[in-house]
Design a protein around this ligand. Sequence first.
Ligand code: GSH
Length: 325
Amino acid sequence: MACLIAERILTEISTASAAKSDSDAVKYLPLSPKAVEAPAPQGASRFRLSRLSAQKLRWPEGVHRTARQGSCGRYRAGTECSPSVPIPTTLVTDLSDFPITKKWPAKHPDRLQLYSLPTPNGVKISIMLEEIGLPYEVHRVGFESNDQLSPEFLSLNPNNKIPAILDPDGPEGRPLPLFESGAILLYLAEKTGKCLAAGAAGRYETIQWLMFQMGGIGPMFGQVGFFHKFAGKDYEDKRPRDRYVAESKRLLHVLERRLDQRAWIMGDEFTIADIASFPWVRNLVGFYEAADLVEFQQFPNVRRTLDAFLARPAVVRGLAIPARD
Ligand SMILES: N[C@@H](CCC(=O)N[C@@H](CS)C(=O)NCC(=O)O)C(=O)O
């Protein structure tokens, strides 16, 4: 195990350092799913992760190539990463080394493990998993029993928030723990080549709108919920509420303009930017009961896209996962 951890750290270090100097193909990775189908680059036989595994994982070839060349070239002498140490070519599926599996045992350790609740951040991931059709096992993290503060949960997400995942089939065929819904969405999109606009420019544009949700829509709409529906509603001073309502309206105007003449945030393509944003719009006008407060009738494009979002079968399923109790 120590060898595997050391190998992983060295691989990451070498990937990062090589990425600074390598070709554009590496700088702009990963590209569209087509990148996976590209012919094996020169020297591919040096990879110890089989080409089959690389394709199964859908990581662009350049990632493996850089990692292997870097780790073997740079850390050869006297390290556990020397070429004589065999690297598993089969997928590692044993999750028992992760303390979170003690509290939430994996019945299907070969499947992606999701730790979540059907909140606007939680359903982003269940919706995404339903959209891409990746097999997964869901575990309910009960806030009523403060499961998110348990040592087992904190071992995976020190920020004590859902959602979080543990993918037995991560990069290099090794388990990958991950938290932060935006990072998880991006990871799943890149892993499967789905829900991300094609090409380097399209990829960055999708990420830009994903970040717009993560840094703007989520935090601001959440504050509206607090000051309008929850504990903050009893505060006499309405200035905090009004501030968050004004900022939420401003963000809705930005989204409204973006959706003019577009079916989805990225145009015809349904992406992780939509999956991140519309659970929050739904929450704002539904659960938070703030439609009048933000004058939602001013945003017909947002309304139309929200309706289209809620009509998708994968969204309907994802919104109910995991069951509340
Ligand atoms: N930035 C985080 C936010 C996650 C978040 O705030 N999750 C809430 C539920 S929507 C949570 O777990 N709250 C539990 C707590 O704060 O103890 C993400 O997007 O993953």
